[in-house]
Write a protein that binds this ligand. Structure first.
Ligand code: GLA
Length: 396
């Protein structure tokens, strides 16, 4: 039996589809056009941890292409922790000679597929896994990354607390930002310090195009939801050129089920979150590929207005999230964290106008015109994702 829930009560926010909000000041990188929409790609960390090498990264890059993910917009192959070797007596950073004997050759190969490539390091002396990192070598490392052909650098706090005071964190991020700028190759700068010190307030000012807002994601529905729903309130800090990053996707990994993976994907879409797959692309099921490449959701998170969605209603197991879009419509996600439910969405209560047309973004299906309310079935741990377009009635 489905339980019944009627959305009624106090509307918490107004429909914003008609007025795209002003974001924080554009950074220099924004002006240069980097990351105008949330960056998309693949990271090695979630599934492979430190067990990576040249062959594996090439195979993932080839799979990104062959699977159609590149054509769907996934662009960056990011080599996370596990590539590091040592700094030599001249201070030059070398990749692990066994696992990554030719980092430039690897970057050339990835570029030859029409993709971009990224790398991970830390402002501390060691990465979180105890590998060599960039402390004291920032300028030289940035030049090395540029000479290899890197397009993206993830800068992960890790052991930096052993050499910096907390109040020196921003200066440490500025140092690498300046080093990257001087290195003469555009490299997207991804901050990773787990959302401490309200990084969303200063991430763009220190030169970041994206910054992690949380600790590491796990392959677990409730932890994923805690991270995703926890982004509410941060929307004013995101926009073209500077994005809140709730961490990589766990879609295609083992522990979430068939309703939970699409929920993860659709929530990240409503959040305009950077979208980095974190699964083994060479072993991907067709269901996983479809979730990752669903064009309706990609259009939602890549919408040119670059507005991060927010929660507009919540009661019991149901949350409604809205993401205003450039054309005056909005993405609307109705989430259910409990048993299957019939939900009646009262437009007034979620800030929608009297009459709307609705399209199921996931199924690519027009649902028609609706006055005042819309009844939906929402599966357990699932979400219905709609595009709603106002037809009449003033926005509330
Ligand atoms: C930290 C980061 C992860 C990953 C690992 C690599 O935990 O938050 O995303 O980069 O380090 O060591």
């Amino acid at each position: 039996m489905h339980r019944q829930i009627h959305i009624a009560g106090v509307a918490v926010l107004l429909f914003l589809g008609f007025s795209v909000r002003a974001g924080i000041a554009e950074s220099a990188e924004d002006a240069a056009g980097m990351a105008r929409t949330p960056p998309m790609g693949w990271y090695s960390w979630n599934v492979f941890r430190l067990n990576i090498n040249d062959r594996l990264i090439r195979a993932q890059a080839a799979a990104l292409m062959e699977s159609g993910m590149r054509d769907a917009g996934y662009q960056y192959i990011v080599i996370d922790g596990g590539w590091e070797g040592y700094h030599d007596t001249n201070g030059v950073f070398h990749s692990d000679p066994q696992r990554f004997p030719d980092m430039k050759g690897l970057c050339d190969y990835i570029h030859s597929l029409g993709l971009k490539v990224g790398i991970h390091t830390s402002p501390g002396p060691k990465t979180c896994s105890g590998r060599e990192a960039s402390y004291g070598h920032e300028r030289q490392d940035a030049e090395t990354f540029a000479s290899w052909g890197m397009d993206f650098v993830k800068y992960d706090w890790c052991s930096a607390a052993s050499v910096y005071q907390p109040e020196q964190m921003q200066a440490a991020y500025i140092k690498m930002s300046q080093a990257l700028k001087s290195a003469g190759r555009p490299m997207l700068y991804s901050l990773c310090q787990y959302g401490t010190q309200q990084v969303w307030k200063w991430g763009a000012a220190v030169g970041g195009q994206m910054w992690r807002t949380t600790s590491d994601i796990q392959d677990n529905y409730f932890q994923m939801l805690t991270i995703g729903f926890g982004q509410n309130g941060l929307e004013k800090y995101a926009g073209p050129g500077h994005w809140n990053d709730p961490d990589m996707l766990e879609i295609g990994n083992r522990k979430m089920n068939r309703d939970e993976h699409p929920t993860h994907r659709r929530l990240w879409g409503l959040l305009a979150a950077p979208r980095f797959a974190g699964n083994d692309l060479t072993q991907m099921s067709s269901a996983t590929r479809e979730i990752l490449t669903n064009p309706g959701v990609i259009a939602l998170d890549q919408d040119a207005a670059g507005v991060q969605g927010r929660r507009v209603w919540q009661e019991g197991p149901v949350q409604v999230w809205m993401k205003p879009l450039r054309d005056g419509s909005a993405g609307l996600g109705i989430f259910n964290i409990d048993k299957p439910l019939n939900v009646t969405l009262a437009f007034k209560e979620v800030g929608l106008p009297e009459t709307i047309s609705a399209r199921d973004l996931w199924l690519h299906k027009d649902l028609g015109k609706f006055n005042h309310s819309l009844a939906l079935e929402v599966p357990r741990h699932g979400v219905v994702l709609l595009k709603v377009t106002p037809i009449s009635g003033a926005p509330r």
